[in-house]
Ligand binder design. Structure first.
Ligand code: FEO
Length: 391
């Protein structure tokens, strides 16, 4: 892999991870990912912005082979997919200072055992001169760690944003252009890790507004050379707007819960309410997370195992609770063989969801006319509730 030129002063020196299929042993990466690092050369000093995952650090070092000196290493985020190669970067460049936010310093020292005297902090808004190029540091915390910052290069009108605006995509394309596919991948990334911090991200977006940039260079996925579409998408995702959409994560053991889900789905469609259903035995949890970015309602469908929800539903409910989508309404439907406490147990799993509970429909054995009537009633309640929040 060779450096890729963004301008005569800025190069991409990252690593594309074509084969990675799981992040944090949890998050599916259907399209791989990249760890973007950038080299910025001023007339007097040279800076490296972020590093790469240690598994691919040989690719970074191959691109730095002809770079005799780095004066500053900017660590925007302490998580190892960007910081993991930093110890060896500092060894290769013994004169380089590592610069990071005040919250990042402790994290970098603890996670990577970096030499304390090499790590200096920069304040929010502080600038660093590289001669005829300047780096300005802008704290953009909670995209998903507390210490993350972005770096603005005004002379090139580039914003280096780290995880913010990133997408897990392995591609030979350096730039996103107008690709809707990249926006979709960025939505998946936002849903998986940033959604719990929606209100902080609103503030981060406002903070970036005064900066005059025409390129966003994140630390994952292609560079946005037409940044308006990703900015508009983020503004929508973090807004309070919800869509006329019901998300139904469910699983079925002997078919009863599936019959109920399908009946409810049809009843919602007849009432002009959108539906996305996810069979949790096969679904990609990233897709489920994406569907929750702006859905108004979640309906959890579960059979009963002993007296509780199916363990896979248990896990999905915990995930939904952790990513804190802006849902307004919730309901539970499902079935049981001889007895159930599934509704009560699911309610206890989602305290972070500030939702109005629209009801529960649980049937013993096969659903019959009475259960289908209750599902029709639930569909009507959902439609009316959506109309209420739509104003
Ligand atoms: Fe891409 Fe939070 O690291």
């Amino acid at each position: 892999m060779k450096p890729r030129t963004i301008s005569d002063r800025v190069q991409w020196v990252g690593a594309v991870d074509w084969n990675r299929r799981l992040f944090d042993s949890l998050i599916p990466l259907p399209d791989g990912t990249s760890y973007n690092a950038y080299l910025v050369r001023g007339s007097e000093k040279t800076a490296l912005i972020d590093a790469v995952d240690p598994a691919l650090q040989h690719l970074l070092f191959a691109q730095l082979a002809d770079v005799p000196q780095i004066d500053y290493v900017i660590s925007q985020h302490a998580e190892q997919d960007h910081s993991g190669a930093l110890p060896d970067v500092l060894k290769k460049y013994p004169g380089a200072k590592l610069l990071c936010s005040s919250k990042a310093r402790g994290l970098l020292l603890e996670h990577l055992a970096l030499p304390e005297d090499r790590v200096q902090t920069v304040e929010d808004g502080e600038t660093l001169s590289l001669g005829d190029r300047t780096l300005q540091f802008v704290y953009t915390p909670w995209v998903h760690w507390p210490e993350t910052m972005s770096t603005y290069l005004p002379e090139e009108k580039i914003l280096f944003s780290c995880d913010f605006f990133g997408s897990h995509l392995a591609t030979s394309d350096l730039y996103a252009g107008g690709s809707a596919y990249v926006i979709e991948a960025a939505k998946r990334y936002y849903a998986e890790i940033m959604m719990p911090f929606r209100t902080v991200i609103q503030k981060n977006l406002q903070k970036l507004e005064p900066l005059d940039f025409n390129m966003i260079a994140p630390s994952h996925g292609p560079i946005y050379d037409q940044p308006q579409s990703i900015l508009d998408s983020y503004r929508d995702w973090v807004s309070d707007r919800v869509s006329n959409m019901v998300v139904i994560p469910y699983i079925s053991m002997h078919g009863s819960t599936e019959m109920m889900v399908n009946h409810l789905m049809q009843a919602l469609i007849e009432r002009e309410v959108g539906v996305q259903k996810f069979d949790l035995s096969v679904t990609d949890i990233g897709k489920l997370a994406m569907s929750l970015v702006d859905a108004a309602t979640i309906v959890i469908g579960t059979p009963t195992v002993h007296v509780g929800p199916h363990p896979v539903v248990y896990s999905a409910a915990q995930l939904a609770n952790a990513i804190r989508p802006k849902l307004k309404f919730a309901a539970v439907i499902g079935s049981y063989g001889w007895g159930t406490k599934a509704v009560e147990q699911i309610s206890g799993l989602i305290p972070n969801l500030k939702v109005e509970v629209l009801g529960a429909v649980m049937c013993k054995g096969l659903p019959r006319a009475e259960s289908f009537a209750a599902l029709n009633e639930l569909a009507g309640k959902i439609r009316d509730s959506h109309q209420r929040v739509a104003g």
